[in-house]
Design a binder for this molecule. Structure first.
Ligand SMILES: O=C(O)C(=O)C[C@@H](O)[C@H](O)[C@H](O)COP(=O)(O)O
Length: 364
């Protein structure tokens, strides 16, 4: 299987490399020997990934570093919390580290978002390397420097933009990825299809006909997704404008996650339902976006989602804490047509309610 190499240019001086392919993790020691002192590395790792791959990661890190500080992250969205962040920070500071001590984040979106914020906030910033192990983290959360914790008032409301020094997306990790995690990650690929590359819909629908495995076809979908995300992020690193297109489905999805209670609904499941709502809103405005495109994937999510919160008032209230809210108005990412997103300040609450009703009805 081939390797893919994608550069992310975040400014004239700063860029980092995303390496995608099988056994890419083996390249970590050589990368580290060029950038960091061999004294110590902090490894923030998902507890299940630790159980499955600890020996391998230990060998790779031990190849260059004299000491490894392991910090395990309990599974689930609940770990994106201030209390988990504090626990990590206490351990790291009590151990004693230096500003140059790198932090390796090994796991999915939750681990990466938490570890990213730990790296951003420790000693005002220590080097960060992402080693995503889930589809979602490979195609989305490890790229672009968003870090975040959830707050009782809303999703990802605590965080910082903090770019990694490198991303090692080793598709070999996907061999141990559960089916439901593939489905969760696929939501972000479906998002790229909707906002940038509609051909991906058919490729993905084809891929879902067989049990997913990290073969050449999936590696291509991953690298196409990373390229789309990279292109958008490079133009607008701090989300002052078009980066918000990457939030398609998320304004609705984050509200679902919050109202369902963090951890009760996977991020990708909520985003999938959110994309159906956003597409329906677009259709109500006359845009030609028939959601027949989502149909092949609906049974996958339907099987996974037990129930969605149905209190539309609570969902709209939750949307008001979205980070894109401006002048008290929810900003929706909608589609003019497939592949063509835009932002609309939402002043029509009846269309919003109708969009929620439509989306929720798809899952009952
Ligand atoms: O990188 C981005 O920008 C995104 O919006 C990507 C999203 O898919 C991702 O889930 C992100 O974490 C959501 O960010 P938020 O700013 O809405 O919390």
């Amino acid at each position: 299987m081939s390797h893919h190499n994608i550069e992310v240019d975040i400014s004239f001086e700063e860029r980092y490399r995303v390496r995608i392919g099988p056994d890419i993790r083996e390249e970590l020691p050589s990368f580290c020997s060029q950038h960091y002192s061999p004294e110590k590395i902090i490894v923030i790792i998902d507890e299940k990934v630790h159980r499955l791959h600890h020996t391998k990661i230990q060998a790779i890190c031990g190849d260059y570093f004299r000491e490894i500080l392991w910090l395990k992250v309990p599974r689930g969205e609940g770990s994106k919390s201030l209390s988990q962040w504090q626990l990590m920070l206490d351990r790291i500071l009590e151990e004693g580290i230096e500003r140059g001590t790198p932090l390796l984040a090994v796991g999915g979106g939750v681990t990466g978002d938490l570890a990213g914020f730990v790296a951003a906030s420790t000693l005002r910033g220590i080097p960060l390397i992402h080693m995503p192990t889930t589809l979602l983290a490979m195609v989305d959360s490890s790229i672009g420097g968003k870090t975040g914790l959830n707050h009782t008032t809303g999703k990802n409301l605590v965080g910082a933009f903090y770019q990694p020094d490198a991303v090692f997306a080793d598709v070999a990790f996907l061999r141990t990825l559960e089916q439901k995690e593939w489905i969760t990650g696929m939501a972000e690929v479906i998002k790229y299809a909707a906002i940038r590359k509609p051909e991906l819909f058919d490729q993905l629908a084809d891929l879902t006909k067989s049990i997913p495995e990290p073969d050449e076809r999936w590696a291509k979908v991953i690298s196409d997704s990373v390229r789309i995300k990279t292109d958008i992020v490079e133009e607008d690193v701090l989300e002052a404008g078009n980066r918000a297109f990457l939030n398609f489905g998320h304004t609705f999805g984050h509200a679902l996650e919050k109202v369902a209670g963090y951890g009760n609904l996977a991020h990708g499941e909520a985003v999938f339902a959110g994309m159906i709502a956003a597409t329906h809103f677009s259709r109500q405005l006359g845009h030609p976006v028939d959601d027949i495109r989502f149909r092949p994937f609906l049974p996958l999510y339907k099987r996974q989602i037990e129930s969605l919160p149905a209190d539309i008032g609570a969902l709209i209230k939750a949307m008001r804490t979205d980070k894109k809210v401006k002048d008290n108005t929810i900003q929706l990412v909608l589609l003019k047509e497939w592949g063509s997103p835009y932002i609309l300040p939402c002043t029509d609450l009846s269309k919003l309610e109708e969009s929620w009703q439509y989306a929720l009805a798809q899952f009952t």
